[in-house]
Design a protein around this ligand. Structure first.
Ligand code: SAM
Ligand code: SF4
Length: 265
């Protein structure tokens, strides 16, 4: 599928839930968060159907994200349902890794190809501070399990305040070198203020070559993280929502009300 700027759209990022077992300060607001009502959240069958139609239309790369995808009930069934679609070349998941030790082998058996694990600090105190209570030793165990299960290449996503030269980012770089894992640095973004940057070591954030569509957990197809444009698959039907989103994909992002924990980054 080509958009009006001749960008080839072949990548769908699917947010399977807005719930999370962490509370990273740059992602979730402090205190009570307003989760989407349950009836708004797409069922697993609906998500698989969106993926099926998208793959039929030319999507060949799919990534599950969230919220935290591993807290969604029967995530293994969802992975299996998507993995069996013919035409998927690249099928990944972005996870915080907390539950990965428990799930890595089941995910691989269900047909997931690879995982990206978020890790912003290696010091237990700093990790707990950033995630408001997370246990970094579980992430380390999750990464080892993912490697063992063959969900490779495992990549690390590291959010930095300003640069990859910050202390915590350097610790994560060292960890990556020791484990032989690629680390990508994501500078903290604020969609509401139009603050966004290309991902260092990744392909996100380059508007000129952006190949992405997103499906939010409540069924909106969104063509850009930094725009509020979106079309509901329930309202317009899947194919039409995808076509409309591609037709409306902006040349570059500006500002949006998108929440990372809703749309998945
Ligand atoms: N829970 C999973 C995780 O943490 O990997 C998947 C969802 S999370 C929203 C996806 C990615 O978005 C993570 O790598 C996270 O660090 C990043 N992210 C969240 N809020 C961000 C922000 N304000 N600026 C930049 N990246 C952000
Ligand atoms: Fe949860 Fe991921 Fe957001 Fe952290 S970045 S609060 S792990 S969704």
């Amino acid at each position: 599928m080509l958009d009006i700027f001749k960008r080839k759209i072949n990548y769908l990022r699917i947010s399977v839930t807005d719930k999370c077992n962490l509370r990273c300060h740059y992602c979730m607001p402090d205190g009570e968060i307003q989760l989407l009502p349950r009836w708004e959240i797409l069922s697993l069958e609906e998500i698989i159907e969106v993926a099926r139609v998208a793959v039929d239309m030319g999507i060949d790369k799919v990534r599950l994200t969230g919220g935290e995808p591993l807290v969604r009930r029967n995530i293994i069934g969802l992975v299996a349902g998507i993995a069996q679609l013919e035409g998927i070349r690249n099928f990944g998941m972005s996870t915080n890794g907390i539950l990965l030790r428990e799930y890595a082998h089941q995910l691989a058996d269900a047909g997931l190809h690879r995982v990206n694990v978020s890790l912003d600090a290696t010091s237990p105190e700093k990790y707990a501070e950033i995630t408001r209570g997370g246990d970094v030793s579980r992430v380390f165990a999750g990464i080892d399990a993912a490697i063992d299960a063959g969900l490779t290449p495992v990549k690390i996503n590291c959010v930095v305040e300003h640069s990859s030269q910050e202390k915590d980012a350097l610790d994560v770089a060292l960890f990556g070198r020791e484990k032989g894992l690629k680390v990508r640095y994501i500078r903290q973004m604020t969609p509401e203020k139009g603050e966004f940057w290309p991902v260092q070591g990744g392909d996100g954030g380059h508007c000129l070559t952006c190949n992405r569509l997103r499906l939010s957990s409540n069924g909106m197809i969104r063509p850009c993280l930094f725009s509020d444009i979106g079309y509901s698959v329930r309202e317009f039907g899947i194919r039409r929502a995808i076509e409309m989103a591609i037709a409306a994909k902006p040349a570059s992002g500006r500002v949006s009300n998108n929440k990372f924990y809703e749309i998945g980054g």
